[in-house]
Write a protein that binds this ligand. Structure first.
Ligand code: UT7
Length: 335
């Protein structure tokens, strides 16, 4: 039983400066701008320098989110990082962020939910506040997929980009903030999207490195079909839980994997194209960072007014999915 409502007090995002255009991809693999744009909608993506890690992106996004929320790092109770590209297998990237931020009293852990990670982090973090256990939670969706992308595999390397998005969660007035979640998983499809090497099944060895097992392997068209179906179904179920219908949605923030996936899913859901945020053309698929970066861009552009009804929906490795409906009222946090 929830004790109180939860809202987003501030958002902060970060993408690296280095841009890889489709022309750059043409120099790496047998592909072309026309194929990439027609099949995915992607025109460019961002890539970190060799020395930059996921926690570095988290730090930039977190500092901006804390400043926007007017919350001090030392007042945070919990930090959750959703990522599939942690700095290390362990300790958790959230612990590295906790130390670097000086969030001295915060607990910290990571979630591995692929591209649905931001929604899962939002659900998890908000439950700690709703239950009354914590007051200030920092969630971050961040990935440096370029570190696990095979830049000799044209079917995957053109898709991904690096980035981070953070949000500070605090209590909200009743009826404002988060309204409902829909989360799910289908673990029997683990092989459709997987990083096979380096875990306990195939520990790192000369053989796994030679077999390029430390890179993303994806059955693209199977994931595509799943994505279109689940984006529409998860959205509908989430809206139903919130007592809303598709026509109530003012802004839809979908995971940015492929423009065709977004358009097909939205057609099934019957949501107008002008309500749907799209930035996949400029960033590609940034995994757990996709949704918060799109949301932040829309906020900066003044597209999201107080009181707007938002629906966020994502899917990813697992396979997993997550959707969240909320009333956008940035919660006012006294510092
Ligand atoms: O966040 C979750 C993770 N991922 C996703 O959501 C991705 C979901 N899947 C997709 O977005 C699409 O399936 C892709 C963009 C990956 C592929 O598009 P598709 O329309 O499903 O193409 P396909 O895999 O069926 O391949 C069609 C053809 C193949 O050639 P043949 O066998 O028909 O001769 C591929 O070899 O396109 C070829 N192809 C390419 N050609 C030029 C595959 N990648 C490329 C490329 N450039 N980069």
């Amino acid at each position: 039983m929830d004790v109180r409502s939860v809202g987003i007090a501030g958002i902060g995002t970060f993408v690296p400066k280095n841009v890889l255009t489709n022309a750059d991809m043409e120099k790496m693999v047998d592909t072309n701008d026309e194929w990439i744009v027609t099949r995915t909608g992607i025109r460019e993506r961002r890539k970190v320098d060799e020395g930059t890690t996921t926690s570095d992106l988290c730090m930039e996004a977190a500092r901006r989110a804390l400043a926007n929320a007017k919350v001090k790092a030392e007042d945070l109770d919990l930090i959750i990082v959703a990522t599939v590209t942690p700095d290390y297998s362990f300790p958790a990237t959230a612990c590295l962020v906790q130390a670097r931020l000086g969030a001295v009293k915060a607990a910290a852990f990571d979630l591995s939910v692929g591209c649905a990670g931001f929604i899962y982090a939002l659900a998890t973090g908000s439950r700690f506040i709703a239950s009354g256990m914590y007051d200030k939670v920092l969630i971050i969706g961040a990935d440096t997929l370029s570190k696990i992308t095979d830049f000799t595999d044209r079917s995957t390397c053109i898709l991904f980009g690096d980035g981070a998005g953070a949000a500070v969660l605090t209590p909200a007035e009743a009826g404002k903030g988060i309204l409902a979640f829909e989360l799910g998983s289908q673990g029997d499809e683990e092989k459709l999207l997987v990083l096979p090497g380096g875990g306990s099944r195939f520990p790192a060895s000369e053989e796994t490195v030679r077999g390029r097992q430390h890179y993303i392997k994806m059955a693209g068209s199977e994931v595509f079909k799943f994505a279109v179906r689940i984006m529409a179904e998860a959205s509908a179920r989430c809206l139903d839980k919130a007592g809303l219908s598709a026509s109530d949605v003012d802004i839809l923030v979908p995971h940015q994997a492929n423009l065709r996936i977004i358009e097909s899913a939205m057609k099934r859901l019957d949501i107008d194209r002008d309500k749907v945020l799209v930035n996949v053309d400029r960033y590609g698929n940034m995994s757990a960072a996709s949704i918060p970066v799109a949301l932040d861009e829309a906020l900066q552009a003044g597209k999201i007014k107080d009181g707007a009804t938002l629906l966020m929906v994502g899917f990813g490795a697992g396979l997993t999915w997550g959707a969240c409906a909320l009333k956008w009222f940035p919660s006012k946090e006294e510092s």
